[in-house]
Design a binder for this molecule. Structure first.
Ligand code: IDP
Ligand code: MG
Length: 187
């Protein structure tokens, strides 16, 4: 990828206006906040696991105020990766991408919170490590696009598709944190 923002990367960095975010992942709550409680898939890739970066990633998402509702370590089957990256099938780097993503364990997580899809893309940074801003996960920990440490879904629809692909519904935990929410955002 050149030094200019690629279209996919740019799309991943720009947040849609809040009013346009579809409400697909909102969980019903008992008179709770009207914020979009989205969910997104975040995965620490094999390079991130090898480099002991899992804890740092979790800490960043927790400190931001997001809620962990699913987590597992797995060696991702190539069939899952093929579906996950089906948009990239014709790219020259696709075979290397699948080989790399299946080369070691990945830590997959589902995070929940207001606008978590868009915010997590900002937190992980630009796809190309050379373009990723310092302070972002990729900008702090990676130097090459093919070893960029972390995945995060790039749209609400994509997040829903990816969560269903990577997790069984009984692997996701709805746990109450109402007492904590009021210190994160207003009701
Ligand atoms: P994203 O991970 O920021 O959403 P995508 O365009 O969806 O970026 O690409 C998926 C993954 O494919 C990237 O995170 C990166 O690991 C790899 N990738 C993308 N573009 C290139 C490239 O030009 N060379 C090598 N690997 C790439
Ligand atoms: Mg992507």
């Amino acid at each position: 990828m050149s030094c200019l923002f690629g279209r996919a990367a740019l799309r991943g960095l720009l947040c849609p206006p809040r009013a346009l975010v579809p409400n697909l992942l909102v969980r019903p709550s008992s008179g709770g906040p009207s914020w979009n409680q989205e969910r997104t898939l975040v995965a620490v890739k094999p390079d991130g696991v090898h480099r002991r970066l899992v804890g740092d990633v979790i800490q960043r998402f927790e400190r931001r105020g997001f809620k962990l509702v699913g987590m597992k370590m797995l060696q991702v089957p190539k069939s899952v990766l093929a579906e996950h990256y089906h948009d990239l099938q014709k790219k020259p780097f696709y075979p290397a991408l699948i080989s790399y993503m299946s080369s070691g364990p990945v830590v997959a997580m589902v995070w929940e919170g207001p606008n978590v899809v868009c915010t997590s893309r900002a937190m992980i940074g630009h796809t190309d490590s050379a373009e990723a801003a310092p302070g972002t996960i990729r900008g702090d920990f990676s130097v090459h696009i093919s070893r960029n440490v972390i995945h995060a879904s790039d749209s609400v629809d994509g997040a829903q598709r990816e969560i269903q692909l990577w997790f069984q519904s009984n692997e996701l935990v709805d746990w109450a944190d109402e007492g904590h929410r009021s210190s994160l955002y207003p009701a």
